[in-house]
Design a protein around this ligand. Sequence first.
Ligand code: SAH
Length: 343
Amino acid sequence: MPDFALNQDTELLRLIATDDPQEAEALFAAARQQREIYYGQQVYFRGLVEFTNYCKNDCYYCGIRCSNNQVKRYRLSLEQILESCRVGDMLGFKTFVLQGGEDPWFTDQRIIEMVEAIRKEYPDHAITLSIGERNRESYEAFFQAGANRYLLRHETANEAHYQKMHPASMSLTERKQCLYTLKDIGYQVGAGFMVGTPFQTPENLLEDLRFLQTLEPHMVGIGPFIPQADTPFGDYPGGTLELTLKMIALTRLLLPKALIPATTALGTISPLGREKGLMAGANVVMPNLSPKEVRKLYALYDNKICTGDEAAECRFCMEGRIRNFGFVPNMSRGDVAGWDRSA
Ligand code: SAH
């Protein structure tokens, strides 16, 4: 097993830039070995509920940005959200991920109501929020209401690059601060970035990895950028499978305990993308629990997979795919290794 000198920026940059398939394969093998230390062959399931596609932000890459007037907007009712969780629970899910655009209709009070209602029905499930940037008081209130985890990708750790991807009203400093705040409150926190966004350089990706090492998040979401036709980045090329897999592997090597999803975006750019993600060190999948009618409307990017499937189909399809590659589906809460729930 080759040893990679990942503490050296030059070596990391070389690995990010290499197009030697043998070297990439060696990286994946090392990442798999590292993943096995804490998680064996287990792959953790999370049920994803995309509960609103309204968003007040205007990120240049994202299909549900507020300026995109081609989007049919939807917002699930509390009852619809609970129903999605019930379907998930019947299918065995012990983690619900509630994701949405930054929708002002969902005030702190409404988010608290949602979290409390889910918590009341499912005292032992993990509740993960992914609803963007709010202030410390809001994050604390959601945590008090029963939320355990929070996903907030930093998107890119480089200030200049961040500014090329977002309007001036958004700030990388604030986004990073949110991540530190969430960790401080006691959430299991997920950061992450897209691979192959317009203007991204290998140095930017190096910065992403170094930022992750500093933050030490419990989860890291990494997926290829995929153009969405009605956005300012609609004509740019998307991120590649190869580079995304390498970034997953490098993240695994630098953060051995991290929970790393094989993302839907990865499965969208390649038929076996998610399986290859697992082979490169990922250990989480997030099948969709959103009602079938709204799946297509949560279109962050074009050609998203599984938008026509029922939750049960996604659940069992993923299970089969995982087994085919020698992994073991795991429906438990799947907290990060070493997490003390009583603390
Ligand atoms: N509003 C929440 C959820 C955002 S959507 C938040 O701010 O965190 C979840 C993730 O989808 C984003 O963090 C981004 O990394 C990813 N995403 C958005 N547009 C994308 C695109 N065109 N291609 C690939 N991933 C995209």
